[in-house]
Write a protein that binds this ligand. Structure first.
Ligand SMILES: NC(=O)c1ccc[n+]([C@@H]2O[C@H](COP(=O)([O-])OP(=O)(O)OC[C@H]3O[C@@H](n4cnc5c(N)ncnc54)[C@H](O)[C@@H]3O)[C@@H](O)[C@H]2O)c1
Ligand SMILES: OC[C@H](O)C(O)[C@@H](O)CO
Ligand SMILES: [Zn+2]
Ligand SMILES: [Zn+2]
Length: 384
């Protein structure tokens, strides 16, 4: 591995075997809330909260006192199922969190441009910087990336987090720690909009009004997409989308309605019988991906951000006879500076997305809330 993280940050390589040791499903009781706490978890088990010593900043590193961490659907997925693709939870790991911001607690030797007390957003994916992908700037493809919270790497849901100084981004006083943590999902959306080549005035469909769909809505609205249609299976989420961007058109996806018929509703809502220019698919659900395929006009693009089943069925001949391009995304690269500029300029207001707030000491409740749709959370954040 190209990184020399101390053992506490760089545990054993994840075993690739399909079996993984089911760890003791007990919850390690909190011992000393004043110490550096980290949330660890295991497949299908409860959240573990264990103490970690406050790390020391080494050459080129900073220690961040983490002030806000958002819970992502992927964190919940690792917590409940213990794996995403080949990444598996095989041992106690302080695993959650990759949406974090905080304050510089300590600056290591050789670090310039940062000092104790500076406010920063943490870019959770730390690439090697040497491989062919890093050299061309497409570092989200780095095979050696340390993406904090993707096993085997600990997450940023902790009180003090050790990070390379090159991968924290200063945020101004005008950007709160809550917004700083939300920059991460915004980077996902910005990377999608950039690679999907969204243009001013493009008619756009967004599938799914979860946090990713909603930041995509905010970003696409700021980019001048119109009309925008957003779908979801939960009316409450569509109502939330309407509050964020009142002009958005919403389509409720009802059980048993065929993707083609949902697409017809999308086109009608947009007032565009021939279809829309772009779909940002933010659910990963097969039927929703199919809807995105049918909602586009000749020459449109389906851009899939959502993560779902490994194998899915798409209407290939429909795509073929309509020259519809399908593109997919894996994380992001080079998006944080742009995200900070957009939020600082007031072009994107992330604040309404945080609906539930917790402390590290009740991090378990945060996860329980994030996975329980009846509690109406959009983004749960854990603050310190
Ligand atoms: N590509 C990437 O790098 C990347 C990064 C972050 C998240 N993701 C993925 O993006 C997806 C969205 O993330 P999120 O945090 O918003 O998840 P989420 O689960 O909070 O939101 C998904 C939304 O889709 C809705 N939905 C479910 N089935 C639907 C259907 N058939 N039609 C319309 N809406 C439907 C749900 O009600 C929910 O509101 C997830 O799959 C996540 O893993 C991908
Ligand atoms: O926001 C980043 C995504 O949630 C992660 O890449 C996840 O999908 C795997 O760790
Ligand atoms: Zn995420
Ligand atoms: Zn690399």
């Amino acid at each position: 591995m190209a990184h020399n993280y101390p053992e506490a940050y760089h545990p054993d390589v994840v075993l690739k075997s399909p079996e993984f040791k089911v760890l003791d499903p007990g919850v390690v009781p909190l011992r000393d809330p004043s110490k550096n706490l980290a949330a660890a978890y295991a497949p299908g088990a409860n959240l573990y909260l264990i103490e970690k010593p406050v790390p020391q900043a080494r050459e080129g590193e900073v220690v961040v006192h983490v002030k806000a961490t958002g819970i992502c659907g992927s964190d919940c997925h690792f917590w409940k199922h213990g794996r995403i693709g080949d990444s598996m939870v095989v041992r106690d790991v302080c695993g959650a969190g990759h949406e974090s911001s905080g304050e510089i607690h300590e600056v290591g030797p050789g670090v310039t441009g940062l000092k104790k007390g500076d406010r920063v957003a943490i870019e959770a994916g730390v690439p090697c910087g040497q491989c062919e992908f890093c050299r061309v700037g497409r570092y989200n493809a780095c095979p050696d990336v340390v993406f904090f919270s993707t096993p085997p790497y600990h997450g940023t849901l902790t009180r003090y987090h050790l990070h390379p100084a090159a991968w924290v981004h200063p945020i101004p006083e005008t950007i709160s720690f809550e917004e700083g943590a939300l920059l991460e999902p915004l980077c996902v959306a910005l990377a999608g909009i950039e690679r999907a080549d969204l243009r001013l005035g493009d008619p756009l469909l967004i599938c799914g009004a979860g946090p990713i769909g909603l930041v995509s809505l905010l970003a696409a609205h700021a980019a001048g997409a119109t009309p925008i249609v957003i779908t979801d299976i939960a009316q409450s989420r569509l109502d939330f989308a309407k509050k964020l961007v009142p002009g958005v058109k919403t389509v409720l996806v009802e059980r048993g309605v065929e993707p083609k018929d949902v697409a017809a509703k999308v086109k009608a809502a947009a007032g565009l019988p021939t279809g829309l220019k772009l779909a940002l698919e933010c659910t990963g659900v097969e039927s929703s991906v199919q809807t995105a395929c049918y909602a586009g006009r000749f020459g449109s693009t389906v851009f899939i951000i959502g993560a779902g089943k490994d194998f899915q069925t798409l209407p290939l001949m429909h795509l073929s006879t309509n020259e519809i391009d399908v593109k997919l995304q894996y994380r992001y690269a080079n998006q944080y500076p742009k995200a900070i500029r957009l939020v600082e300029a007031g072009l994107i207001d992330l604040k309404p997305l945080v609906t539930h707030r917790f402390t590290l000491e009740n991090a378990v409740d945060a996860f329980e809330t994030a996975v329980d749709v009846t509690r109406g959370a959009i983004k749960c954040q854990i603050h310190d």
